[in-house]
Design a protein around this ligand. Structure first.
Ligand SMILES: *Cc1c(COP(=O)(O)O)cnc(C)c1O
Length: 337
């Protein structure tokens, strides 16, 4: 592929050569299997289909200037998938096996890893589903783990583009003591109506408040929230948000850059005080926010049309580590030769 083709990929499904599968039967995980089919054979009464026994992950591999491929923090994804499995009573996939499967799927599809110059990357999607039939509500006795990959374009092909978020109190993504902290499909199904409405009105995502009191900031649809003020990086502490690995990494880098870091409850009333706002996640690293519109109060919070200086610095720093342009002093990357 030409450089421009890699750049124009966007974020969409495409077939690659191989995926890796592993089956849980009789209380144990089997061997990793390599498949060249994009189809799975699934029982119509599988718990994944009826009762939402499904968890997924998202991570990326990056080709460096040195020709080496780096996978970013995959152990964190392995651990988070275990947490999700525990949360909805699925068999946990072993951490070492997860990392072995990820390394293998990247290696097997190496012709799909975009070149360094393109700014694109290889997106890795692990998936875990309950596969055995149940019609009474209970966890499956059999599970399937799959990991597949696809090349994805740079999130900002023309440089950072700040977008707007919207607050809509008529929708919740998760219950206060529900499954918000797990990366499960059910949370996404629950967010689709609000997400569609937001996009239709030109917003990039919904900014959810806490479902109980609507007093605190939770997170954006598919990304964590952070704000910066008075040289402090502030991100919400909540039982119902997904612990973003990007956010976790940005907190370390923010501290290294001399910012104070606070993980605490963030009041809605604090929104006007922030100098910068960002949504963070694997897809974009940081998506700078220029405005937040509160539908119910017909009120705008504005943060300037240009990305803030700390957001730019944090973004560049994290990307440099991912692509191997800067030393990986925290041992966040795994090199696949
Ligand atoms: C995956 C996800 C994120 C981002 O997590 P990263 O590990 O940074 O990619 C944030 N919020 C939700 C709801 C998610 O599912």
């Amino acid at each position: 592929m030409e450089k421009s083709d890699w750049q124009n990929l966007g974020f969409g499904y495409c077939d690659t050569d191989y995926n890796i599968r592993c089956y849980y039967r009789d209380g144990a995980w089997g061997e990793l299997e390599i498949s060249s089919s994009n189809i799975i054979n699934l029982h119509m009464a599988a718990t994944a289909l009826h009762y939402g026994q499904e968890a997924f992950e998202g991570l990326k591999a990056f080709k460096g200037k040195d020709g080496k491929t780096r996978i970013f923090r995959m152990k964190e994804n392995a651990l988070r998938m275990q947490s999700s499995s525990d949360g909805i009573l699925m068999a946990g996939f072993p951490v070492e096996k997860f990392m072995e499967a990820v390394r293998l799927v990247v290696k097997m599809n190496k012709r799909f890893i975009p070149p360094y110059e393109s700014g694109a990357s290889l997106y890795i999607r692990p998936l875990l589903i309950g596969t055995s039939p149940e019609i009474g509500v209970k966890p499956a006795s059999e599970y399937l783990f799959i990991v597949f990959v696809m090349p994805v374009g740079p999130y900002f092909p023309e440089g950072f583009k700040p977008t707007d978020l919207v607050i809509m109190r008529d929708y919740d993504r998760t219950a206060p003591l529900g499954t918000g902290k797990y990366k499960v499909g059910g949370n996404y199904a629950a967010s689709m109506n609000a997400g569609k409405l937001a996009k239709k009105q030109g917003f990039s995502a919904v900014l959810y408040l806490d479902s109980k009191e609507k007093k605190y900031i939770d997170e954006c649809g598919p990304a964590n929230f952070f704000g910066i003020k008075n040289n402090t990086y502030i991100t919400p502490l909540s039982e119902s948000i997904l612990p973003s690995i990007t956010n976790k990494s940005l907190m370390v880098l923010a501290e290294e850059m001399g910012l104070k870091v606070e993980k605490r409850k963030v009041l809605y009333d604090e929104l006007p005080e922030f100098e910068e706002i960002g949504a963070c996640g694997t897809a974009a690293v940081i998506s700078p926010i220029k405005g937040i519109y509160d539908v119910d109060k017909d009120k705008w919070f504005r943060y300037g049309d240009e990305p803030g200086k700390w957001s730019v610095k944090l973004y560049n720093k994290l990307r440099a580590i991912q692509y191997g342009d800067e030393p990986d002093k925290y041992h966040w990357t795994d090199i696949v030769e």
